[in-house]
Design a protein around this ligand. Structure first.
Ligand code: NAI
Length: 334
C-alpha cells in the first residue's frame, strides 16, 4: 500500500522506516516521502496512494480533502495528537478513515514546557553566550525562585497532568482548570475557575486543544485578568493565544514573560530554514524584539522516545485501516 508522507523531515523518514521494519502489517507499506506541506497545491503528490500521513501544519480543509478523494486516497494518518487542521465534517462526508496518535510521551512536551520556563526565568540562553565571550557579569540574569510559586495548568489532560506533576515536585502550588476535570488532578493540585487561575498564577501553562471554543482563549481580557508580571507558556497550539493582544500586554508590562513553542501563524514559518531570508511576519518579528520572550519552533514532542512511539502507533493505525478493523485512535466529527 502506497502512503504519501507529507512534511517529511529526515527524522520522520528514519523513525517510520525503523518502525516499518519491526511491524507485522497486513500489507507492506511503501512510503513516498515529500518535504512539502500538504495543501491544494501539493495534494496531487498523493496520486496512486491509499493514504496520506501528515503533521501539524499540513492543511486538510475541504478543497484538499476533495482533491485527495478524487485521487483515490481513503485514509488520513496524523503523526500528532491535535487534529484541528482537519475538516472532520468533510472528511466524514467523504468517508475518510482519520486516525491520530493521541499520546506519545506526554512527558516530552511537559519537560519542554519546564525547559522554556527555566530558560526564561534564569536567562540561561543569555548566560551561555555571555560566558563564551568571557563575560561573567550577573547583571540582567536575575531570576526568581520557583519553589513556593503558583502554577496554573489550563487543560489537565495527559500533558497538563505531566506538567502539573513536575511543578508540584518543584514545590509549587498547582492550580488547574478544565471543563472535563480529571480525577488524577486533585492529588496534585486544586481545580479553580479560569478567572481565578489567571488571577493567582505566577506561571500560566496552556495544555488544552485548539477548538472553536478555545480559539484566542488568551486575549486582551484574559491577559488583563492575569497577575501583573506573570509568565505565559504555550506548548499546545498557537491559536489559543491572540498574538496582537500578547504584544500589547508585553508592551504595557502587564505580561512579564512569554514562552511559546507554538505560534498562531507558525505554518508559514516553522519546520523550515528562513535564516537567509527576510521574514514578512511583522507580529512574529515584533515578538523577537522582546528580551522577555522565548520562542521554540514546535519541538515539544521532539525526543527519540516520542518519535518511536509516533511511528509505531501510526503504523498500527494504518494496519487497522488495511484490515478494516476498529481503530481506537480514529477521529470523527463531534
Ligand atoms: P488531552 O486530550 O489528554 O488533554 C486536553 C485537555 O484539555 C482535556 O482534559 C480537555 O478536557 C481539556 N480542555 C478542553 N477544553 C478546554 C478548555 N476550554 N479549557 C481548559 N481545558 C480544556 O491532550 P494532551 O495529550 O494533553 O495534549 C494537549 C495539547 O497539546 C494537544 O491538543 C496539542 O495541541 C498539544 N501538543 C503539543 C505538542 C508540541 O510538540 N508542542 C505535542 C503534542 C501535543
Amino acid at each position: 500500500m502506497k502512503i504519501a508522507v507529507f512534511s517529511a523531515r529526515p527524522y520522520d523518514r528514519r523513525f517510520l522506516d525503523e518502525a516499518h521494519q519491526c511491524a507485522d502489517l497486513a500489507e507492506p507499506a511503501e512510503f513516498l516521502y515529500f518535504d512539502a506541506f500538504l495543501d491544494v497545491h501539493t495534494a496531487a503528490l498523493a496520486q496512486d496512494c491509499a493514504a496520506v500521513c501528515v503533521f501539524v501544519n499540513d492543511r486538510l480543509d475541504a478543497p484538499v480533502l476533495h482533491a485527495l478523494h478524487a485521487l483515490g486516497v481513503r485514509a488520513i494518518l496524523l503523526r500528532c495528537a491535535g487534529f484541528n487542521n482537519v475538516d472532520l465534517a468533510t472528511a466524514g462526508q467523504r468517508g475518510f478513515f482519520v486516525a491520530r496518535v493521541p499520546a506519545y510521551s506526554p512527558e516530552a512536551v511537559a519537560e519542554h514546557a519546564l525547559a522554556l520556563v527555566m530558560t526564561l526565568n534564569r536567562h540561561t540562553h543569555r548566560a551561555y553566550n555571555r560566558v563564551r565571550e568571557g563575560n561573567f557579569m550577573l547583571d540582567g540574569l536575575l531570576g526568581r525562585t520557583l519553589h513556593g510559586k503558583t502554577v496554573g495548568i489550563v487543560g489537565t489532560g495527559k500533558i497538563g497532568l505531566a506538567t502539573a506533576r513536575i511543578f508540584k515536585g518543584m514545590g509549587c502550588t498547582v492550580l488547574g482548570h478544565d471543563p472535563y476535570p480529571s480525577p488524577d488532578f486533585p492529588p496534585i493540585g486544586t481545580f479553580v475557575a479560569l478567572e481565578e487561575l489567571l488571577a493567582r498564577a505566577d506561571i500560566v501553562s496552556l495544555h488544552c486543544p485548539l477548538t472553536p471554543d478555545t480559539h484566542h482563549l488568551i486575549n486582551a481580557t484574559s491577559l488583563a485578568q492575569m497577575k501583573p508580571g506573570a509568565m505565559l507558556v504555550n506548548t499546545s497550539r498557537g491559536g489559543l493565544v491572540d498574538t496582537q493582544a500578547v504584544i500589547g500586554a508585553l508592551k504595557a508590562r502587564q505580561l512579564g514573560h512569554l514562552a511559546i513553542d507554538v505560534y498562531e501563524q507558525e505554518s508559514a514559518l516553522f519546520f523550515q530554514d528562513w535564516s537567509g531570508e527576510i521574514i514578512d511576519d511583522d507580529a512574529f518579528q515584533r515578538l523577537m524584539t522582546f528580551p522577555n520572550v522565548l520562542v521554540t519552533g514546535h519541538q515539544g514532542f521532539f525526543t527519540a522516545e516520542a518519535l518511536q512511539e509516533i511511528s509505531a502507533i501510526t503504523l498500527g493505525n494504518l494496519d487497522d485501516f488495511a484490515r478494516g478493523r476498529a481503530c481506537a485512535n480514529r477521529v470523527v466529527a463531534a
